[in-house]
Design a binder for this molecule. Structure first.
Ligand code: ADP
Ligand code: GLC
Length: 476
């Protein structure tokens, strides 16, 4: 079975969020199962590419809106990530430091997808499956079927499309249609949704199968998907929810090189204390009290705008001892509101505004509780990492959070789940957790339970393999 994953993020080359973690891990687990899995991503101007050798394995040129762009395909030598990794280099279009937020993003992703098809078309051996991740590569299932230059040879390839986030759909106005590789114009309707080119909608219509990153999120998409709910429902016959896993090579408190003290299930209490002390020292804080953390993008999906109010609510409604550490980046307004609270709650609130991979590891290893007040959470990896590090999650019951966190009120429970994405409900759950956290015996028992949960990639990789097999054997 030969599978190519197509994505614009892949850890550690280019990471903005969990998409990178998934694409940087799943192919490695697939390779170890005997699948010939590789990743193709854009060549960005990132440190990884300065520190790793690549060799040229193909080149060509594509035309976009009357302009010609040369492309080169480079392969990382040594397969250092545990799978073959290919980069599409398009000078002037993709060779930039950031993954997102350029004004010509639509042109960038069209060029990436076009060059990928052109390269694939020249390959002697074709993959059985192209596995596309999120809307940036959502035009590929359509173009494999209907592009004039490529479909005759490439339409036999099966496509899996994984929805990591259905909120973003890659909408473009129809004038951008002229930038796409030539396609069968009778099929334009497959690209369209409500008068715009919608790459996510096109992917759901044209892929052989689509998956979501948790079962719960799939059901949620049928009810609300930023306008695409009916489409998701209509195509539900080819849908499956497969929860993400943890890459234990990077996320394991026993071996993690980023943390001060490694620990196991039996040494978690002392290990966490040492890590907490070291983090507290770095921030001039005394973290000997229960530590509540938040790690994530400051975006409304994450409920990050609720954080200032949640903090106020907790301070106003409990006398329990605690401190808070917030690691995040994004919306400036949220950073400012949190900054203002640092003076109000002096010595109790620490923040780091920015992206810091190493610090994220230290926070999961130090915190007692991890708060995720998400409005939307297709899977969520933070709660999985937290649990692996013996950190009790406090989550809004949505998407993957509901699927992976069982409230302590239930038999065998190990987390705190609240229903409404508002400060009152979130703070009530935090206070419930703070009441429990002083019960050392209970906490030890819960930590043990969480750390032994199996959220490794193996289980999910098997589900993907079964799906690929069904597609190739044409059972779906
Ligand atoms: P999403 O992809 O929606 O942002 P996930 O929970 O799937 O959410 O994944 C988030 C990933 O990004 C995790 O690996 C988390 O540790 C990491 N992360 C988020 N914000 C930061 C940050 N400011 N610094 C370091 N890592 C971060
Ligand atoms: C998206 C989702 C997140 C998920 C990640 C990886 O960014 O917001 O919930 O964990 O993709 O699938």
């Amino acid at each position: 079975m030969k599978v190519i994953h197509l994505s614009v993020e892949c850890f550690p080359v280019a990471k903005v969020g969990g998409l990178a973690d998934v694409v940087g891990a799943l192919p490695k687990y697939q390779c170890s199962m005997g699948i010939d899995a590789s990743v193709v991503m854009p060549w960005f101007d990132r440190p990884f590419l300065q520190n790793h050798e690549t060799i040229s394995v193909g080149s060509g040129s594509i035309e976009q809106g009357g302009e010609r762009f040369d492309y080169e395909v480079l392969k990382e030598q040594g397969d250092s990530l545990g799978f073959p990794l290919y980069f599409i280099h398009i000078p002037g279009k993709l060779d930039r430091p950031e993954v997102y937020c350029y004004p010509d993003e639509a042109e960038q992703w069209i060029a990436f997808q076009h060059a990928f098809l052109d390269y694939l078309h020249n390959q002697e051996v074709l993959p059985d499956v192209v596995h596309c991740h999120d809307h940036h590569v959502g035009l590929v299932p359509f173009l494999l079927q209907y592009s004039t230059a490529y479909s005759e040879r490439l339409s036999i390839i099966k496509t899996v499309f994984t929805v990591h986030n259905g909120q973003y759909q890659g909408w473009m106005t129809w004038d951008k249609g002229a930038l796409l590789p030539a396609f069968d114009s009778w099929k334009w309707g497959l690209l369209d949704w409500d008068g715009l080119i919608n790459p996510l909608a096109a992917a759901i219509k044209c892929c052989t199968a689509y998956t979501t990153v948790s079962e719960g999120y799939l059901l949620e998409l049928y009810a609300e998907a930023n306008g695409l709910q009916n489409l998701f429902k209509m195509e539900s016959g080819k849908a499956e929810g497969i929860v993400n896993g943890i890459d234990e090579a990077f996320w394991n408190p026993e071996t993690d090189p980023s943390i001060e003290k490694n620990y196991t299930v039996s040494t978690v209490r002392s290990g966490k204390n040492t890590n907490k002390k070291s983090l507290g020292k770095a921030y001039g804080m005394d973290f000997s009290k229960p530590l509540i953390a938040f790690v994530g993008r400051f975006a409304s999906e994450k409920g990050a705008d609720l954080l200032p109010e949640i903090i106020d609510e907790i301070f106003a409604n409990t006398n329990e001892e605690f401190c808070v550490f917030i690691l995040g980046s994004g919306d400036e307004e949220i950073s400012q509101q949190l900054e203002a609270r640092k003076a109000r709650y002096e010595g109790r609130l620490a923040t780091f505004f920015g992206y810091n991979e190493e610090l994220a590891h230290r926070v999961y290893a130090s915190a007692d509780l991890l708060l995720m007040p998400s409005r939307v959470e297709p899977c969520g990896l933070n709660q999985l990492y937290a649990m692996k590090y013996g950190t009790i999650p406090i989550v809004r019951g949505i998407g993957g959070l509901r699927d992976t966190v069982l409230d302590v009120e239930n038999e065998g429970g190990y987390g705190f789940v609240f229903e409404e994405p508002d400060a009152v409900d979130a703070a009530a759950a935090v206070i419930r957790a703070l009441h429990m956290i002083t019960d050392k015996k209970r906490v030890d028992q819960i930590r043990k339970r969480m750390m032994k949960l199996d959220y490794s990639w193996e289980q999910s990789a098997i589900k993907y393999e079964k799906l690929y097999n069904r597609l190739v054997e044409q059972i779906l």
